[in-house]
Design a protein around this ligand. Sequence first.
Ligand SMILES: NC(=O)C1=CN([C@@H]2O[C@H](COP(=O)(O)OP(=O)(O)OC[C@H]3O[C@@H](n4cnc5c(N)ncnc54)[C@H](O)[C@@H]3O)[C@@H](O)[C@H]2O)[C@@H](O)CC1
Ligand SMILES: [K+]
Length: 484
Amino acid sequence: MGKNTKNRLLSVSEMYEADRLTIESGLAGIDLMEAAGLSITREITKRWSPKKTVILCGPGNNGGDGFVVARLLEERGLKAQVLLLGERDKLRGDAKINSDRWAHDVLPLSPDHLHGADLIVDAIFGAGLAREVDGIVAQTLEAAKKLQVPVVAVDTPSGIHGGTGQVLGTTLPANLTITFCRPKTGHYLYPAKKLCGELIVTDIGIPDHVIETINPQTEVNQPQDYFPWPDEETHKYKKGHGVIIGGQQMTGATRLGAICARRVGAGLITISAHGAAYMIYRQGEAGNIVSNDDLDTHLNDPRKNAFLIGPGLGIGEKRQLVVEQLLESSKALILDADALTMLKDWQWKERNAETILTPHEGEFSRLFPEITGSKLEKAKAAAKQSNCTVLLKGPDTVIAAPDGRAVINDSGTPWLATAGSGDSLSGICLGLFAQGLDGFKAASLASWLHGRCAEAFQEGLIAEDIGDILPSVIKTLKNMHSSY
Ligand SMILES: NC(=O)C1=CN([C@@H]2O[C@H](COP(=O)(O)OP(=O)(O)OC[C@H]3O[C@@H](n4cnc5c(N)ncnc54)[C@H](O)[C@@H]3O)[C@@H](O)[C@H]2O)[C@@H](O)CC1
Ligand SMILES: [K+]
């Protein structure tokens, strides 16, 4: 993870730490709150001209931000009504100061006081959400949902945990969420990702050096710079020789992986197969090498530097032995699909080479039944326990390294939920692995490229299209600089 912190994602405690260090360094909390309220007001007035904004305020600083928005909207001639959870005279600190600056009445937070709203600002809970939302708050959020007017969430929609992205009790889906300094990890994890609507990150004065000091270990996945561009003097043996253990029946899975591995730049790809499957692979794509040598021969060839096992493999004792032999080798290794299923009882031990595991949620819970938590927490814990790079698949794929670094991928479309899509992903990983990227970089870049292929192709994508469209996605990398 480089020094640049612009792609970092904060946990809730890191956000509090950033506030604390900023205030300690001389910036007043009240100024941060004013900046937060100003940015929210600016984003609202850019998009809407509400006749009546109802602002739902909670008892903490999230509510304090809400009071600032009420005042600033009114200063711009826009009518605002504050509904407050709890007693106004019990507010403390910066929230109290901003309540005092709001010269109008507040009404109790209740579904009865939502009428007439043509815009809602949700400032009940943000980072301080401590338990499930229930009672009058839940009733008000449910009633607000039914109004079907635009909703602007301050920091997070109330009820969403900023770290995990989970809903605690209930929440109010937003059209726009405005958060401060850096996104929180929860903004990129489902279900929060879809409940936040458009996400805007605004600068409220927290300096970059504060984030550098905290050094958060999670980023949004922006791996474009890792792409292994070939230099002019290269030759195929310099670009790696990947081996895929060919499935005996689901031969298509192996072939999809092989195409993607070659498209992403691997010098050579060998499919290792026997019997009837060997003949099928021989009749397949002309650029694949197909070999019926035994595994030892491949493992003893120093040029064959990266192996993939799992796609279309099937399950059985013989295959289990192949998986074990690969695990004991010193080759870079990707374990996918059926290979993960057969790993179930494997005692995690040190491999002396890079390893990537690519489970979906079901495979993950069979592999790591004792690990629970958010998707991010699960991937991080599994990477640490297994000493492997873990690529936990889904619409919010998380890639975690054993040393604690993690990225959340945000490229892709629901069209990736199609047979063979995962085989293409592990093939891309193999191609990058073969070219010498480490496990974390290979998995991060593969996941991003895979998602971009779906975005480029759009409707009607099937697995075969991923390899076809990869070259045009790679082309876009040439002019791209990582930014979000
Ligand atoms: N200096 C700062 O700390 C800044 C904070 N800011 C805002 O402050 C927020 C964090 O403020 P707080 O730490 O006060 O936390 P919140 O305002 O998010 O919530 C804390 C309050 O809600 C109560 N609460 C939590 N969950 C509840 C539940 N389920 N049901 C009922 N009550 C519940 C707590 O008891 C506490 O009173 C951020 O999300 C952001 O909006 C911004 O103003 C920027 C500066
Ligand atoms: K909120």
